[in-house]
Design a binder for this molecule. Sequence first.
Ligand code: AP5
Length: 203
Amino acid sequence: MLVSPLPPAQPLSLAAEMLKSQVIIFVIGGPGSGKGTQCERLAAKYQFQHLGMGNLLRAEASEPTRQGRQIKDIMLKGALVPSGFVLDLLNENLLQREEAKGFLVNGFPRELNQAKDFERVGRPPNFVIVLDCSTETMIQRLLLRGQTGNRADDHESCIRQRLETHYSLCEPVITALFVLQIIGEEPEDAIFAKCCSVIDSLR
Ligand code: AP5
């Protein structure tokens, strides 16, 4: 069983206090829908912290420990890492960056229980952006990226499993939450402009 990366936590009321003035945006969507690409650009423009759950988990998976190997195995199967671990990892990273103006949390929540459990930090996100893309587009993009070999999970069987996980576990989150849906099929710049107008509407 995966253990929490956190030492016995900061009191959650303290977390709520520290995060209350910051913008928190969740960015979700299927594998290859463009979450990482958009979050990188938005973080640079608005000086927000980009917390990519996949990136944080890949860092954990690279540790030469039993826990690291377990996380790696789960990710290479295209399954979800247990939510308790993911929540603690997210909380830890939010609290470490209390000076940030805002957070773009990429790839969270991916299960209904993650959305509910986030309330443990004491506040909902300002909004949730969903990048909506067809299965065909997502597969094409990931197979193309797979040719560069940067991501161990960008091969056909794992891509299909990631999609299956997305449709069975992540889609219900989209239905349950109030989300801002943006078509992820368009060119990067067009999607970026739409995301910016959503963020600008907060000001
Ligand atoms: P994660 O790293 O988040 O992977 P993913 O969801 O499969 O998404 P990707 O990173 O592959 O794609 P993306 O949507 O970010 O698109 P990108 O911008 O990169 O998660 C990995 C794993 O970690 C999960 O499978 C799971 O095991 C675990 N995990 C993560 N979060 C978890 C959670 N909350 N709970 C439990 N487990 C969790 O773009 C993809 C490609 O398309 C790039 O080559 C890009 O250049 C290109 N592209 C992007 N936008 C466009 C565009 N508009 N037009 C053309 N090409 C584009």
